[in-house]
Design a binder for this molecule. Structure first.
Ligand code: FAD
Length: 311
């Protein structure tokens, strides 16, 4: 049976993470349909249809789906579920909200936060704040899954899947979105960035974080922070990386003045290369880094920025 991927979208744009969720879904070995649920979603559906490997885009239009309501989306998925062997969403806000509700409706156990797929019923997922990976074999008749998008390489853009309408009649939202407070930023998204520069509390101030941002800007990188830096008010909450922040999997993570507490490491396990800049050669993050620069960040980072400007 085919697999259905729930597309993530916002402000009329398909979220880049959806290309990664499709890549994960294709590993289940069945044809992959993408469901676009919303109100004004023509552009989103066209972007989903262009993803390589997508068999069909199914569009459900309804005022009840205009904002991502778990009740409305899971009701829609419950209607479509008999056609699918697996239903997959990203482990982001909408997927985390919708999938447990859908699983309860189907009387199934969801498998969440998947970081690797070995077979259609065999998955790896982190446990104990990322300190261990468990392999789950799910012998249920149908799989209801969330995947960590950052753990999968996105599919390309060469597809041309047909777009079909789905009847969204009778779908009602029992909740109403009153307001969305958005962070406007022209830096790459932390969750999907290829390079991330993270700053710790030793950066010392919000002003000091400008140094981290300048380095990130030079590298086309996203900016992350430790919880200690966020709690101190040096960096905004949505930059927090770790157990209680964002999970990242960049090609390169540059950790500036970060000790490497377990809760921070939980968020960077997917990073392919780690560079640590720290005064303490014994810091846990220095010990796991591929490259360590032992020195004062206020000397090393400006030097790095200068060198990069010369390239
Ligand atoms: P510190 O641990 O104080 O480390 C500062 C580092 O900077 C040190 O290694 C020091 O050698 C180095 N340094 C100092 N001066 C310089 C300099 N001039 N140049 C270069 N290096 C310098 N933390 C997270 O990050 N994310 C989470 O999601 C998270 N969730 C948590 C959840 C719970 C339930 C709890 C209890 C804690 C959580 N924490 C989390 C907090 C975590 O335990 C650490 O306190 C935090 O990660 C430490 O941040 P830090 O590395 O900035 O600070």
């Amino acid at each position: 049976m085919a697999t259905l991927v729930l597309a993530d979208h916002d402000l009329g744009q398909l979220a880049p993470a959806t290309a990664r969720v499709v890549a994960a879904a294709l590993q289940l070995g069945a044809p992959v349909d993408v469901l676009v649920a919303g109100d004004d979603v023509d552009k989103v559906a066209a972007a989903a249809a262009a993803l390589e490997g997508v068999a069909r885009v199914r569009v459900a239009r309804s005022a009840a789906l205009a904002t991502p309501s778990a009740e409305a989306i899971s009701a829609l998925l419950l209607k479509l579920a008999p056609e699918y062997g697996a239903i997959v969403a990203g482990s982001a806000a909408v997927g985390r909200d919708v999938i447990p509700r859908l699983a309860a409706g189907l009387d199934l156990m969801p498998v969440t936060d998947i970081v690797a797929i070995h077979a259609a019923n065999r998955f790896d997922r982190p446990i104990y704040a990322g300190n261990a990976i468990e392999t789950v074999v799910s012998n249920q008749t149908q799989q209801v899954l969330t995947v960590r998008a950052s753990a999968f390489r996105p599919v390309g853009q060469g597809g041309s899947a047909p777009v079909e309408q789905v009847d969204a009649g009778g779908i009602a939202a029992v909740t109403r979105l009153l307001a969305a407070h958005r962070t406007e930023s022209d830096v790459p998204d932390l969750a999907t960035a290829q390079i991330v520069v993270g700053g710790g509390v030793s950066v010392g101030s919000a002003e000091g974080f400008k140094l981290i941002e300048r380095l990130a800007h030079r590298l086309g990188a996203a900016v992350g922070a430790t919880r200690a830096a966020v709690d101190a008010g040096y960096a905004p909450n949505d930059w927090q990386v770790g157990q209680t922040g964002k999970i990242i999997a960049p090609d390169v993570y540059i950790a500036v003045g970060i000790s490497g507490a377990l809760q921070h490491l939980a968020g960077i396990q997917g990073a392919k290369k780690i560079v640590a800049i720290n005064t303490d050669p014994e810091a846990p993050l220095v010990k796991i880094a591929d490259v360590a620069l032992i020195g004062d960040l206020f000397a090393v980072v400006p030097e790095l920025i200068e060198e990069l400007a010369r390239l």
